[in-house]
Design a protein around this ligand. Structure first.
Ligand code: PLP
Length: 465
């Protein structure tokens, strides 16, 4: 027998490796045997096997096609398998898979430059992380070291990540089982007119009362003890609540008055999702508000390789210019993730992806969802901007009783979701909300097709209830 050349041998073993991963039944069985999933009762799970994906579509193990209105977990902003991003990762892998954070690397440097060129104001220094939670953990650590204070204020209707401090800073029910040892974390109410904690009846009133409330919380907690106010540029998983026009400028003003660091969590709302580069860019009628620290992940590289980060202002950067920053990550600024970020951000620039997201919201998703709200008695409100929408489902429009309890599920919600899936649509859901968050590259026809399915699924579930 002739000896197999090394290249052939690699080809052969790749073939063997692939054979073990391509069978969808085997994938499902091994998942059930060995994979422990996030946020789930493990035994109840029956995860769909996704075997292929392209643009706004995915295919399951039986070859059925679905429109992806979830962008998975609101991260495939450029859609699946974007050729330029795939090629950039392949090229980087072939050239240099990895280097430690202490070395400089051209791909990481360029990714940092591109991020800094789109973040507002002087947020020109970038600390890369592996995702959103660790970005928030590091932002809070920077704020504490910068101010010499320890308390952190965050909103009840928020999600900031699943790690220890990030889940404690989170306000929504995902915090409850893990809410211990969160010294110094204090929650307050952000504005949300539909379920106003302040009994306001207009956006302007909600804004003013929410700012007065924050001011009171700051006063009673002791301004000299508060390191940071953390809030999402546009709160996402808690229900896509675009803040009233002047709210973020008001928060900025309170932070400035008391020397508090303003941290905008743009993990979900950033990188074009809202139809602007960042959620904070919508503030003050589009003039924008500049936080001191801005955290990002997801859309920065469409989630093709895990990446997040903190964009840091000049003033906070100065704190660590000569004093060591006591924190770090083995994979900070990983070249494969940064290659994906460079290709993603350049594609967004070249193809006006942010403008397309804005138009998708203005021309298709907004009008379509508002029409749906008029037809369906379960729809209490639709809210959003760009490719970032939530449909609030209620049992009764007058009482606003949610169609499922906070942190729970209901047969009606399950029927709506099941109806979407049966008809070939994958939405993203939280509690009693359906989030319509497709890739920003979704075509108007695809968006209309998805809305039609949602419409039919709501009609069928309501009729069966
Ligand atoms: N912050 C916000 C606003 C998010 O939506 C998320 C995830 O959904 C996170 C932080 C956590 O990000 P990761 O899951 O990458 O840690």
């Amino acid at each position: 027998t002739t000896a197999t050349a090394p290249a052939d041998r690699i080809e052969e073993s790749m073939h063997d490796d692939l054979a073990t991963t391509l069978d969808p039944e085997r994938a499902h069985a091994l998942d059930r045997a060995h994979v422990f999933h996030s946020w789930s009762a493990q035994a109840a799970l029956d995860p769909m096997v996704i075997t292929r994906a392209e643009g706004s579509r995915v295919w399951d193990g039986q070859g059925r096609e679905y429109l992806d209105f979830s962008s998975q977990l609101v991260f495939t902003n450029l859609g699946h398998q974007h050729p330029r991003v795939v090629a950039a990762i392949q090229e980087q892998a072939a050239r240099l898979c990895t280097v430690a954070p202490a070395f400089a690397n051209g791909t990481r440097s360029e990714a940092a430059r591109l991020v800094a060129s789109h973040t507002p104001g002087d947020l020109d220094h970038v600390f890369f992380t592996n995702g959103g939670a660790d970005a928030n953990e590091h932002a809070i650590r920077m704020a504490r070291l910068h101010t010499g204070r320890h308390k952190v204020l965050s909103t009840y209707r928020s999600y900031h990540g699943g790690t220890h401090l990030a889940v404690n800073v989170t306000g929504d029910p995902r915090r409850w089982p893990s809410d211990h040892a969160s010294a110094g974390v204090v929650h307050f109410f952000g504005p949300f007119l539909y379920r106003s904690p302040f009994h306001a009846t207009t956006e302007a009133e909600e804004c003013q009362r929410a700012l007065e409330h924050l001011e009171q919380v700051v006063a009673f907690e002791g301004p000299g003890t508060i390191a940071a106010v953390v809030l999402e540029g546009i709160p996402g998983t808690a229900g896509v609540m675009v803040p009233p026009r002047d709210y973020l400028a008001g928060v900025r003003e309170i932070c400035d008055r008391y020397g508090i660091v303003m941290i905008a969590d743009e993990v979900m709302s950033g990188f074009g999702r809202s139809g602007r580069w960042f959620g904070v860019d919508h503030a003050s009628g589009g003039a924008g508000v500049v936080p001191d620290l801005l955290t990002f992940a997801k859309g920065v590289n469409s989630g093709y390789v895990p990446l997040g980060g903190v964009a840091i202002s000049d003033a906070i950067f100065a704190t660590f210019a000569h004093d060591r920053y006591p924190g770090g990550l083995t994979y900070s600024g990983h070249p494969l993730a940064c290659a994906a970020a460079v290709a993603t951000i350049r594609t967004m620039e070249d193809d006006d992806v942010v403008g397309r997201a804005a138009a998708l919201g203005d021309d298709v998703l907004g009008p379509g969802l508002r029409a749906l709200a008029e037809r369906h008695p379960w729809v209490g409100e639709v809210r959003g901007t760009g490719a970032f929408w939530a449909v609030e489902l209620v049992r009764d429009r007058a009482t606003k009783e949610p169609l499922a309890p906070a942190g729970g599920s209901s047969p009606e919600m399950a029927a709506v979701l099941g109806g979407c899936k049966e008809r070939g649509l994958l939405p993203f859901t939280t509690d009693h909300r359906i989030h319509v968050v497709p890739p920003l590259t979704t075509t108007p026809d695809e968006a209309r097709a998805g809305l039609r399915i949602l419409d039919e699924a709501l009609t069928a579930a309501h009729a069966a209830a």
